[in-house]
Design a protein around this ligand. Structure first.
Ligand SMILES: Cc1cc2nc3c(=O)[nH]c(=O)nc-3n(C[C@H](O)[C@H](O)[C@H](O)COP(=O)(O)O)c2cc1C
Length: 300
């Protein structure tokens, strides 16, 4: 997730409950292959202990996917994921992300082939939605199942329209049947609205998917990948401090401190005075300030 799953957050998540697989933030292949490369390449920063880790790419030019996949391979990633699901206006406007659902199938094929060639044997996956305006299993999903991918991750909603609001997993059975017929070795990961560890296990059992991908659930609860959900206030504070310090150490001034604020609720919740403390912390403008306020709170 953009501005969320950087190396700092991934390291924090793995310190409290390890998912089987990590994905980077999406990285624009056009940006990677331009003079503006420095502005995006930080998204591919990772530590060996985060492995297995997949680099996620987005864009429109097959040639740029080829070069980006080559770089991803050289950097030691374990796979390449192509984003065909992002519905943010600026991405769709360029026919990238979920915009590719509306594009000529020939272009999508070329993007997948170029990524496979550049990745030279690396597993290649696609993350997408069930359609653009409407659910399109017979067209879009069926087409993707024919592309000899290693994994297809499905956010169980459309990009626009009525079905874009909530994930609707009721389509999964049909998709799994189609996969079993067309491409039995391809893995299907389901994504959308999973909010807890138990729910993730339930989804795997109920829909027979090969895995689930969790997004916002991890922002709200970095412990979501752990079977232990009884987290004491002290542990929340400790992990929060660890994240702040690691952010400072790895990014320093390179990233905006305010990007951390989306995580405050994950750590400052579930105890008397949590709301007031969070409101206080939201006023901070640097890591040191947050740490100072936290220290005070810990010794009250
Ligand atoms: C802040 C934010 C950033 C995201 N960035 C990405 C991204 O870079 N790549 C991607 O495939 N999906 C991205 N997503 C979408 C999520 O991966 C996921 O598909 C979506 O939120 C639905 O799953 P969830 O209900 O588990 O969050 C992002 C979502 C959020 C909220």
């Amino acid at each position: 997730m953009e501005d969320v799953t950087d190396t700092v957050f991934r390291q924090i998540v793995m310190s409290v409950g390890r998912p089987s697989l990590f994905y980077t933030e999406f990285v624009n292949v056009e940006g990677l292959n331009s003079r503006g490369r420095e502005r995006v390449i930080h998204r591919l920063k990772y530590e060996k202990r985060e492995k297995p880790i997949i680099a996620q790419l987005w864009g429109v030019e097959p040639e740029n996917f080829f070069k980006a996949a080559k770089l991803v391979k050289e950097m030691g990633f374990d796979g390449v994921d192509i984003n065909m699901g992002c519905s943010v206006k600026n991405v769709v406007k360029n026919n990238a992300g979920s915009g590719l659902i509306r594009e000529e199938r020939e272009l999508v094929k070329e993007i997948i082939e170029a990524t496979k060639e550049g990745g030279k044997g690396l597993p290649v996956s696609v993350k997408t939605r069930l359609g653009f305006d409407e659910i399109d299993i017979d067209g879009w999903i069926s087409f993707l199942l024919d592309q000899s991918l290693d994994v297809l991750t499905l956010n169980m909603r459309t990009a626009r329209g009525e079905k874009s609001l909530n994930a609707d997993w009721s389509y999964m059975d049909e998709i799994i049947n189609m996969r079993n017929e067309k491409s039995p070795s391809l893995l299907i990961f389901g994504n959308g609205d999973i909010k807890s560890f138990e729910q993730a296990i339930d989804m795997v059992n109920k829909y027979m998917v090969d895995g689930v991908m969790i997004g916002r659930g991890a922002i709200a609860n970095p412990w979501i990948f752990s079977s232990n959900q009884e987290i004491a206030r002290e542990e929340k504070f400790d992990v929060f401090k660890k994240q702040l310090l690691l952010f400072d150490e790895i990014w320093g001034e390179k990233k905006d401190f305010h990007a951390l604020k989306k995580f405050f609720r994950a750590y400052i919740n579930g105890f008397d005075g949590a709301n007031e403390l969070r409101t206080e912390l939201m006023k901070c403008s640097c890591v040191e300030e947050v740490l100072e306020k936290l220290e005070k709170e810990m010794y009250i």
